[in-house]
Design a protein. Structure first.
Length: 232
């Protein structure tokens, strides 16, 4: 059984400040300028309480500017700072992923908890998500429209126990934190890798911004950059 773990340092980031050619992304290391990587992923979506943003990997999340300058070439490519609950990575191809790297930045010191979930397609992914502002209950009405009680609302966020990886980490104020994630515990596999299929979705949940944890964790606003995927 693969151990669940969150690595703060990994060879993915060994030369991140130097050049993109120094990053080893495994099977994506081709002479195509990482076009195979771009073709393997859809737009990454960030869901937050009240809205969502979508980002093209090649513009916002991995290119020469993001790697060498830790910034974006154009303002419209910038990843907006939000209290993201889910970061969703869609896959267009079958991949065997050994590790995933991502850089986060927060305006203040933050201790965050993250969990990863994999869904085979959009139909299997959660539809009724519990955000920080989501109520716990809803009114019960009689036939005349009078409120006669309250009942719990059934949200379908997966429980953290069903995650394929989870961990805790911290972010220094206004500084990029470089994190790599590996040792996935995916049902049906025992090699520690994430096995994706066409139309599969990886959900990274920032537990601080979940309605299930509003009494336990402090909400955290973040931006993110440099999505590094090592496929083998």
């Amino acid at each position: 059984m693969a151990k669940r773990r969150l690595w703060k340092t990994l060879s993915l980031f060994a030369a991140l400040a130097l050049s993109s050619c120094a990053i080893d992304l495994g099977n994506f290391e081709k002479s195509d300028g990482y076009q195979d990587l771009y073709d393997s992923l859809g737009e990454v979506r960030g869901l937050f309480d009240g809205g969502n943003h979508s980002y093209k990997v090649e513009n916002s999340l991995f290119n020469a500017d993001t790697v060498q300058k830790m910034s974006w070439k154009k303002s419209e490519y910038e990843v907006k700072e939000e209290q993201y609950l889910y970061l969703i990575v869609p896959f267009k191809k079958a991949l065997k992923i050994e590790s995933i790297g991502l850089c986060f930045r927060s305006p203040v010191y933050s201790e965050i908890e993250v969990s990863f979930f994999y869904f085979i397609n959009e139909d299997a992914a959660p539809k009724k998500i519990k955000y920080l502002s989501s109520p716990d209950t809803q009114p019960i009405y009689d036939d005349d429209g009078n409120v006669i009680g309250e009942e719990p609302i059934e949200y379908d966020d997966p429980p953290v126990e069903n995650s394929i990886l989870r961990g805790k980490t911290s972010l220094a104020s206004k500084e990029w934190g470089k994190f790599a994630f590996g040792g996935f515990k995916q049902e049906g596999y025992d090699d520690g890798c994430l096995h994706t299929g066409q139309d599969g979705l990886l959900y990274l949940r920032i537990e601080n911004n979940s309605g299930w944890n509003k009494d336990r964790l402090l909400p955290s606003s973040v931006t993110f950059i440099n999505l590094l995927i090592r496929a083998i």
